[in-house]
Structure formats: C-alpha cells, structure tokens
Ligand binder design. Structure first.
Ligand code: MEV
Length: 364
C-alpha cells in the first residue's frame, strides 16, 4: 500500500508573531508543496527519507532503538520524529514496518511554513495508511500540537493554511476561511475554533488567487537552520517582556491591520493590501525580526514601484540572516522589481496565493 499526502506552503499576509499572543492574522496557501509518502517496509524497521527538507538527502533508518544516522540528520527530522511520537501516543499504530518519504519544493527556513506543511502531510499520510478515521480539522490540530512541542509556541495559523488552503483568517483560536478554491477532497472540511466543528464559518468568492513575489534571503549557516523559528519566537518574547505596554499597543495594531487586510482582500483592493503590507512591516521592525538583508529587500521593492512589501513569516535575526519578504506589484513593474531584489542578493520566487489545501491519494 502507498499513501501520498500533499500539503501547501503558506505566506503570512498580516499578523505574524503577534498571532502567537492572540492577535488576528491572515495567511494564504501558495503553490509550493510538501509531499509525504508512506509505504510498506520490513517488519520491525522504520525508514525516514527526506529528499530535500530540511537537509538534502537525509536518510534515517530505525531498528529497535538504534538509529543509523548522524545526530545532525536526526535533529533535522525533528518534526517527523515528533509526529511519530504524537501519533503512536494517541492512536493504536505500530512504531515500525513502514517507510516515510518526504519531498518538498518549499524553500526551508524562508518563513514559508515548510515545517507546518511537513507535519500536516505526514500526519494525514500516516492516518490514511493506518486507516485512522480523521477529518481535516483533527489533522490540523494534531499538526499544531506537534509544532508546539517542537517550537515551544505556535499559533494555529501555519497548520490551518497547510490543511485548508485558500486564505485563512485566524482570530484567537478561531480559524475562518476567507476565500478558497480548496475542496479538501476526502479529508473533511471543518473549520475549527473554540467551538470546534459547530463553529463553522466559511465564505466563498469567485476571484481566488493573487500573484505575489517572494524575495528570499539565503545568508545562513546550515547549522543555524535548526529550530530557527523557535529562536526567533523566543527573542520576540524577550522584547515583549521587556516592554510590555509598548508590545500591547503593537499587538492591537497588528489585529487592526489584519482586519483591514481581510476587508481589502474581500473587496479585492490590492492597493490597500499593499499599503497595509508596508504598515505591518513597520511593526515587524519594532519587534526585531527584520534583518538588514530583509530591510534592504523591502526598500529595494519600494523604490522599484511595489504596491506593498513586508517580511513574511518568522523573519530572521541579525546573527541568523534568513527569511523572506513578500511583495505585491503592478504587473508592469514586476520585472523591474525582480531585478532590484536580485541586485540586493535575493532569490526571487513567483507564487500564486490562495491555492488548494491538503490532498491525500491512496494506492492499494
Ligand atoms: C511562523 O510562520 C509564524 C509565527 O507567527 C509563529 C506562529 O504563528 O506559530 C512566527
């Protein structure tokens, strides 16, 4: 038997970091996917093969309690190991006798949610392989618990977007689909929140996807990749604790910006979305997650005529200069903006935002 699960990466449009402390946030699924395959394997043995996340070509072979891979390789698969721990603790599934293969076209440590997509796809594939009845909402909740266990803190946003696709507005624990082409085939379709499945809210719009540009900073040391998000979240927490009243104003501003962004998205008002990107970027500067490179990308995009630009996702730290900038641009300025970003050292990616969510295929 072979099960294949596909989960999209994400872009946070508004509210990253502040969402961890309860602010509203808005995110979109993008047309980059993590694919996880689960298939039969030798009895008593477990193989985990990662073709490209988070390190190239990692293979992990577990027999009994012996792991035949370097410590670094094992660390790199921490999300997958935690998924296994979570699922074997919660459901009656064996710890071996299968093989997990992970493929990804999501750049790692770029704030595009490769870890959330990995968790969602791995959980969905394992559940389908072991015939565990589960809907999308439960899978996303499982994935969030795993993210929390690894990162120390995680809002519902990354795992919700990878699960449902489309555009997702998170408000506290409530998860609201703003507009989506996702049909979540075969995986259920609940939107969760404090009230769980009863609290079902959904809207659909005709116009679905928006083209965006992502400028990625790759000035990182490979050894600094692990648990990057955890480190950045901790640094933000330190700033919050040092300046609690300032942080509370920023938190409120992040929620207001997100709500205005949700309205702009509903109206398809790209110009307002762009202006709000610049405003949100200012907040991210204030909490220290905008590195010199990322700041230079936003300035370059702005000079070249972008409608809006901001850091997206976790961002970076000056000693760990990774992360991504999200750019909205008029079609006629796209080439010029791309040139300006490349001149600043960015790797540029064009994406469609608002694509389908988790999909699972089973081959008997
Ligand atoms: C990471 O993609 C987004 C953060 O806000 C963390 C989270 O929401 O869990 C930095």
């Amino acid at each position: 038997m072979l099960v294949r699960a596909f989960a999209p990466a994400k872009l946070i449009l508004f509210g990253e970091h502040f969402v961890v402390y309860g602010a509203d946030a808005l995110a979109a699924a993008i047309d980059r996917y993590v694919t996880v395959e689960v298939s039969d394997y030798e009895k008593g043995a477990l193989a985990i093969v990662s073709e490209d996340i988070p390190l190239l070509g990692v293979e992990l072979e577990v027999r009994g309690n012996r792991i035949s891979a370097s410590y670094e390789a094992e660390e790199s698969l921490i999300y997958v190991r935690k998924v296994l721990e979570h699922l074997t603790g919660k459901y009656d599934i064996p710890e071996s006798g299968f093989r997990i293969r992970i493929k990804s076209d999501v750049p790692i440590s770029a704030g595009l949610g490769s870890s959330a997509a990995t968790c969602v796809a791995t959980i969905a594939a394992l559940k389908a392989y072991f015939g565990i009845e589960s809907d999308t909402d439960e899978t996303r909740k499982d994935a969030r618990e795993v993210e929390r266990a690894v990162q120390g803190a995680a809002s519902p946003i990354d795992t919700a977007v990878s699960s449902y696709g489309g555009f997702i507005h998170v408000s506290g624990e409530d998860v609201l689909r703003i507009r989506s082409d996702s049909d979540c085939s075969g995986t259920g379709d609940e939107i969760g929140g404090k009230g769980g499945k009863e609290k079902r809210k959904e809207e659909r719009r005709d116009e679905e996807e928006i083209s965006m540009m992502i400028a990625i900073s790759h000035a990182f040391r490979a050894s600094a990749l692990q648990l990057k998000t955890k480190n950045i979240i901790e640094r933000v927490r330190e700033r919050k604790e040092r300046f609690p009243s300032v942080f509370s104003y920023l938190l409120n501003a992040a929620s207001e910006i997100t709500r205005a962004g949700v309205e702009a998205l509903r109206e398809n008002d790209i110009k307002t979305l762009g202006t709000l990107f610049f405003i949100n970027h200012g907040l991210l500067e204030s909490i220290g997650v905008v590195t010199k490179n990322l700041s230079a990308f936003v300035s370059a995009a702005r000079r070249a005529g972008a409608t809006g630009a901001k850091v997206t996702g976790a961002g970076g730290l000056d000693e760990m200069d990774v992360g991504s900038v999200l750019v909205l641009s008029p079609a006629e300025k796209r080439a010029c903006i791309e040139g300006a970003l490349i001149a600043e050292g960015a790797e540029v990616m064009h994406v469609r935002a608002g694509v389908s969510g988790l999909r699972v295929e089973v081959e008997e």
